[in-house]
Design a protein around this ligand. Structure first.
Ligand code: GLU
Length: 439
């Protein structure tokens, strides 16, 4: 166990120190998960070396003018883990916790996600170490545009394609697209819409992309419930994080008749055993910036939130939330990992001992990147698909991926996360073996 302090420069240029008990580096978590699966499946040692290393790590420092005329210097990252299956793909997050370790881990998870779902992309992730709530809209636009400019040729529609992640959205994607296109030679300007996905519909986005991660989560929960003989229509669930992923998961699971009883986000936690209306809460969060003060439920503390008895728990916020402190409190049948890396290794061990199922992040939240792939395809082919088409294609990919992982779990008699890794690594291993290593 290690404890250390993290320091970053904020919006206003102040040095802030956050003392947090970060027990594991996120990348160490990934490598632990990777090694467990690689040992079991006896992954080729040469391919093991390649996949446990990232291909490229880009760190940029760039100046931006603030509204009051001052200049601030920001730090941004893009880590490209692997592209043997296709162009690098993965989100960009704006968050104070962003550092090279976190982005490395998230980039690696993207490689596994795209391999599991059989979409032709590699894995990447990026971000800027900022708290976006401390900036004006104009400042955020200038930060985004200057970051895009700093990344230069390190992104591109056939090379590395960013998308939304924590605290980034359609608007940010539209600014990235505009900046990228504006800085290209004229002949490249008209066919570069697919340099980012998760765009607004009018700007080339896809129907269904916004809800896609939540929808994928709910499809995997539905498959899990079917297997366990649980009726979702009588189920209860709790959600951590009520941003895009958390709120869409809640709304879509609500459509099955499942009852949302507790929610936690950065502003606090709320509980109502009779049920919280997911739609109404989403509107409240939009207007108030968080769940605190929501009139349809009572405010509770962090421990009460984690101790609430429910069938399903969806962590849809940040990493390492299910850990040595919180996992012992959990009284649920399944943890459906909406966030990336929400369960740390200690938390995972406790869940296992308690017999709580896990739908692993690299399967559970892959719906976002799957519909990103549909958006990318539509842009490339100048097509525009209807929502029912997107929904049906997403369902098929998620159900197939769920089945592949179940089969591997049975074959190797392992937990679902390890099985998901085996699915991903087998595919990557097969491709490396067919293609060989240049030169
Ligand atoms: N940020 C999302 C993820 O972690 C989506 C990535 C994408 O659409 O490229 O999977």
């Amino acid at each position: 166990m290690r404890k250390y302090e993290e320091i970053w420069t904020t919006a206003t240029g102040e040095r802030e120190v956050e003392k947090k008990a970060k027990k594991y580096s996120l990348y160490e978590n990934v490598i632990k998960q990777f090694n467990k699966a690689a040992d079991l499946m006896e992954l080729d040692p040469n391919i093991r070396k390649i996949l446990s290393t990232t291909n490229n790590e880009i760190v940029v420092h760039f100046p931006v003018r603030m509204d009051d005329g001052r200049i601030e210097v920001f730090t941004g990252y893009r880590v490209q883990h692997n592209n043997v299956l296709g162009p690098y793909k993965g989100g960009l997050r704006f968050h104070p916790s962003v550092d090279i370790d976190e982005i490395r881990a998230l980039a690696t998870w993207m490689t596994w996600k795209t391999a599991i779902t059989h979409i032709p992309f590699g894995g990447a992730k990026g971000g800027i170490q900022i708290d976006p709530s401390k900036f004006s809209r104009q400042e955020l636009e200038r930060i985004t545009r200057r970051f895009t400019f700093a990344l230069g040729n390190n992104i591109g529609p056939e090379y590395d394609i960013p998308a939304p992640d924590v605290n980034t959205n359609e608007q940010i994607m539209a600014w990235i697209l505009d900046t990228y296109i504006s800085t290209r030679p004229p002949h490249e300007r008209q066919n570069s819409l697919h340099v980012v996905t998760g765009k607004p519909i009018e700007t080339g986005g896809s129907y269904g992309r916004k809800k896609a991660t939540g929808q994928g989560i709910v499809i995997t929960i539905e498959q899990w419930a079917k297997e366990r003989g649980i009726s979702l229509n009588e189920a209860t669930f709790t959600v951590q994080g009520y941003g895009n992923v958390g709120s869409w998961s809640a709304r879509l699971l609500g459509e099955y008749g499942a009852r949302l009883i507790a929610v936690e986000d950065v502003t606090g936690a709320i509980l109502n055993q009779r049920g919280i209306d997911p739609e109404e809460l989403a509107t409240y969060v939009k207007n108030n910036g968080g769940i605190a003060g929501y009139p349809g439920a009572e405010a509770v503390d962090h421990r009460t939130f984690f101790s609430t008895r429910a069938d399903i728990f969806i962590p849809a916020a940040m990493e390492n939330q299910v850990n040595a402190e919180t996992a012992p409190l959990l009284d649920v049948n399944v943890v459906a990992e909406g966030a990336n890396g929400p369960t740390d290794p200690e938390g995972e061990k406790i869940l296992e001992e308690k017999g709580i199922d896990i739908i692993p992040d690299i399967l559970c939240n892959a719906g976002g990147v799957v519909v990103s792939y549909f958006e990318w395809l539509q842009n490339k082919r100048s097509e525009f698909w209807q929502l029912d088409e997107v929904d049906a294609k997403l369902r098929r990919i998620m159900v197939d991926a769920f089945k592949r992982i179940k089969e591997k779990a049975r074959e190797y008699e392992v937990d679902s996360r390890t099985a998901a890794y085996i699915v991903a690594l087998s595919r990557l291993e097969a491709v490396y073996k067919e293609r060989g290593i240049f030169p």
